[in-house]
Design a binder for this molecule. Sequence first.
Ligand SMILES: [Cu+2]
Length: 286
Amino acid sequence: MRRAVNRMPLPMKDMSLSTFLKGAAIAGLMTLVISLVMVNIDWLGPVYSSEKEDIVTLLNVMIVLSSLVFSIVMVMMVYAIWKYRAKPGDESDGEPIHGNTRLEIIWTAIPTVIVIFAGVYSTIVLNDIEAKADNGKIMEVDVTAQQFAWRFDYPEQGVTSTELHVPVGTQLDLHLNALDVIHSFWVPEWGIKRDLVPGADLPGGDDIDDTVTVTPTEEGVFSVVCTELCGWGHATMRAAAVVESQDDFDAWAADQTKIPDEEDVSSGVPGGKGAGVFDDRDLTDD
Ligand SMILES: [Cu+2]
């Protein structure tokens, strides 16, 4: 005989109000405990840029949200395992069950709302940390990566260096470019990461977002770390990031090598200087 196929019952169908409230209380308590533990772990290290403050807040909100989802799922699962366990000696098959449209709509709608919230909030934080400084104090630095070294050019000061020196409290507009393969710019204490892509500053390469914004808030010596596996020397690809007072920065900049004229430098690729000469030929001149 063919057995009737039943609809999947709503989980709360045969649950009393007091059981529901107990479950909700346990889930709430679990959320609180897990959140307190997880938020207090120092996941991202020292917060030495104004951008990183927003990033840490975003992470904490996501931790609390994840703890809530995790707790609700665990409470419901443990309750279901306990409540609907097989009685001793019960060898019968489980009830054949089809779907339940109402339930499916609910379990699709709630995650959709959560994911949309996370997406909108992340977008707001990203726009915030990439917004231009209110005081208009923005310093440009051209960051060039190649296997396995960093170069920092300061167009306003007209100097170049293998160390990244910056004045504290000034928003930096870092223009990122790579000469060979993809590298990634990361100062852990500042919290931001961005890839350096070969060709980003070539004509037609404008579609690659090659700038990153950061405002260091703490003086000290940190490390610029390449955080994209770029070859055998990747692990050694580091440079000093020195955050200092404006006066110390000015004194340092005055001491650095001037950026050489364009025609005197190779483009960083073998034969680059020759290629430059070739490209510069004026073909109309006979
Ligand atoms: Cu690298």
